[in-house]
Ligand binder design. Structure first.
Ligand SMILES: NC(=O)c1ccc[n+]([C@@H]2O[C@H](COP(=O)([O-])OP(=O)(O)OC[C@H]3O[C@@H](n4cnc5c(N)ncnc54)[C@H](OP(=O)(O)O)[C@@H]3O)[C@@H](O)[C@H]2O)c1
Length: 307
């Protein structure tokens, strides 16, 4: 096992977050991070315990989070790790969801980019997933009428339980017709996690000054050819609407603001989340496919070792 050098920390991973972006990093092209090469360890956000530290900011036994690898032990610069608080009334896995990058994505991707107002219609895709389910619930807290799209009747039933006004099964329904039926006053906000045909269908219904948060394009991550763009982007002109992309890391310096508010909502029973924990690092590659066939229910996590 590698030993930490000066300023470095040896971490034993307990949990690993599996994210759609793992697939993006395998495409062989640089994105917001350099492409991974064949033979590299897959990157992953991990939570772990400090086994040995040569950084004065960390001690053996500290709980930490960082962009480590799909591996049991990692050596990381201390400066690239966050120390996690102990004793919060949430399971450790919440540091990937509500209190982690997923929480930042949902909170700022909706509130900062779209500035929702009471009475507005919010549409969200991958609505039963880690990001989407939080976005819809935050939209409800802000007084929006929330319509979610997801890929199974069970997921539709769950988001209705969360308080969404309507749920559309995009695999079995005609998306355009269902959106028109459930958004009789048009769409003020679209939180886009998928791109493709669903984006095009929503663009046909946008209202004046609509806001579209471009969070993800999961329908295109496995495409081997560039996907055609929506045919109706010109609607943005006539509706004076805005589409804006973002990365959750843009908001790292405002994380406390989001986490404080979201933990309050969690304690008040206004936010719920599900986690889907797969046992064993050796199962990570197979588990990643769940994000693309929709068989994950909630934030997808691999348990690498004991807490
Ligand atoms: N911008 C950022 O910083 C940022 C950060 C985190 C995540 N994201 C993005 O947020 C989105 C959701 O990520 P997540 O981690 O919360 O995953 P997730 O929603 O928990 O899981 C992915 C879900 O995507 C849906 N899906 C897969 N292929 C699809 C397709 N072709 N068309 C429509 N839906 C499809 C499946 O749900 P169904 O059963 O509903 O099909 C699947 O369960 C992704 O696009 C991801 O890249 C962006």
């Amino acid at each position: 096992m590698q030993s930490p050098g000066e300023g470095e920390v040896l971490v034993r991973s307990t949990y690993l977050s599996l994210d759609p972006t793992n697939r993006v990093w395998m495409n062989g092209a640089d994105s917001y991070l350099p492409a991974l090469a064949i033979g590299d360890a897959m990157r992953g956000v991990a939570i772990g315990v400090v086994e040995e530290s040569r950084d004065a900011g960390f001690a053996t036994g500290d709980l930490v989070q960082g962009l480590l690898g799909w591996q049991q032990y990692s050596v990381s610069p201390g400066a690239a790790l966050n120390k996690l608080p102990k004793g919060l009334p949430v399971p450790m896995t919440a540091f990937f969801g509500l209190l982690g990058h997923i929480g930042l994505t949902a909170y700022f991707g909706l509130l900062d980019i779209c500035e929702p107002k009471p009475g507005e219609t919010l549409v969200v895709s991958t609505a039963a997933g880690a990001v989407g389910s939080l976005v819809g619930q935050i939209g409800k807290i802000k007084g929006c009428r929330v319509v979610g799209l997801t890929g199974s009747d069970e997921k539709c039933a769950w988001i209705k339980e969360l308080g969404f006004e309507a749920a559309i099964n995009y695999k079995t329904e005609n998306v355009s017709e269902s959106l028109q039926r459930h958004c009789p006053k048009g769409v003020d906000i679209y939180f886009d996690n998928v791109g493709g045909g669903i984006l095009e269908a929503v663009l046909n219904l946008i209202n004046l000054r609509a806001r579209i948060s471009v969070c993800g394009m999961i329908s295109q991550y496995n495409a081997d050819q560039p996907a055609p763009g929506p045919k109706n982007l010109a609607n943005l002109i006539s509706k004076r609407a805005r589409m804006e992309g973002f990365l959750c890391t843009d908001y790292s310096n405002r994380a406390q603001e989001a986490f404080t508010e979201m933990i309050g909502w969690l304690m008040q029973g206004k936010l719920k989340y599900r986690v889907d924990v797969v046992e064993g690092l050796e199962n990570a590659p197979r588990a990643l496919k769940k994000l693309f066939d929709g068989s994950n229910s909630g934030k997808l996590i691999v348990q690498v070792g004991a807490e």
